[in-house]
Ligand binder design. Structure first.
Ligand code: ATP
Ligand code: ATP
Ligand code: MG
Ligand code: MG
Ligand code: MG
Ligand code: MG
Length: 254
């Protein structure tokens, strides 16, 4: 098709390919969710309804984009791992990033009323996003380990902080001061001795975050009636730092 005399402006749109053969990790994070969580009455430190909305949005994203093999969520963020051979949108950076971010955001809004039936959205939430390219499985594993360690550190801090405020009667300023410079061991001690909370007994969902993983479901294997393997997405709250998770799922890192 012949273009108009204006069509030359198209040449100012530059290609933005992601490197071939690299693992792509896309991380989304809620914009100003400190405020969003206040305005929508999230319970502290962990509102389970809010976590369920995030998990549901991520699940929808994985149903739509089959090259996402794994995702990990905590608080207001989710990270998505795309297989290194993905040809999604010809590996165009902006196209992948903007469609994933916008699809996640609209799924968040779409799923909201199921989990917050009595809390209408007061304003439209938004998410920022980035894509990082990793050359090998080592960095991918370390990336997810980094996010899960972060989940643990934040959750220990937040759990202790909110115990000091909600049960200890401290102001938020006082609670910050109490925790300033404390080590992990001291936070466990404050929780246990002052509030009778055994941190290790808290739900895995809060300590480990949410892992959505595409699992291979084996088809029937008997001679008469065999069927193909299929894939299913499962939600677990397990360790992804050690080897066990990855050794059981070699398909994630090929
Ligand atoms: P930014 O726009 O820079 O990301 P932010 O306010 O979103 O700013 P984050 O560091 O992303 O800051 O932290 C997200 C905040 O959202 C948490 O500190 C917490 O206050 C709140 N939040 C998110 N999810 C939950 C949840 N499930 N339960 C309670 N609070 C939550
Ligand atoms: P891509 O994902 O590549 O953008 P697309 O299907 O969105 O694919 P576009 O070139 O963006 O393709 O075209 C948008 C299409 O959406 C139009 O061709 C038309 O079919 C439909 N569309 C958009 N807005 C309207 C509208 N207001 N009324 C009727 N059809 C519309
Ligand atoms: Mg941020
Ligand atoms: Mg945020
Ligand atoms: Mg965040
Ligand atoms: Mg279009």
């Amino acid at each position: 098709m012949a273009g108009s005399k204006y069509a030359y402006v198209r040449n100012f749109e530059l290609p933005d390919p992601l490197l071939p053969g690299t693992f792509l990790v896309c991380r989304l994070d809620g914009h100003s969710f400190h405020r969003f969580s206040d305005e929508h009455g999230f319970s502290k430190p962990n509102d389970e309804r809010a976590l369920r909305v995030m998990d549901a949005a991520a699940q929808s994203v994985m149903e739509e984009y089959k090259d996402i093999l794994l995702s990990f969520g905590e608080s207001d963020e989710f990270s998505f791992l795309l297989r290194k051979s993905t040809q999604l949108y010809n590996r165009r950076h902006a196209k992948i990033l903007t469609t994933l971010t916008s699809y996640f955001t609209s799924c968040y809004v779409f799923h909201w009323p199921k989990h917050f039936p009595d809390t209408p959205l007061r304003y439209p939430p938004s998410f920022d996003g980035r894509i990082v390219q990793y050359p090998s499985a080592r960095e991918v594993r370390d990336y997810f380990a980094w996010r899960q360690v972060d989940t643990h550190i934040n959750n220990l801090y937040n759990t202790t902080f909110w115990a000091l405020v909600q049960q200890g009667g401290q102001s938020t300023t006082q609670a910050h001061a109490t925790l300033k410079g404390t080590f992990s061991k001291q936070k466990h001690e404050i929780l246990f001795s002052r509030f009778g909370i055994n941190y290790n007994a808290l739900p895995e969902q809060f300590k480990k975050g949410s892992v959505l993983v595409r699992e291979i479901v084996q088809g029937k294997r008997d001679k008469k009636d065999s069927s193909r393997d299929t894939m299913a997405i499962s939600l677990v709250h397990c360790d992804i730092i050690g080897d066990a998770f990855w050794d059981a799922r070699p398909h994630l890192l090929v």
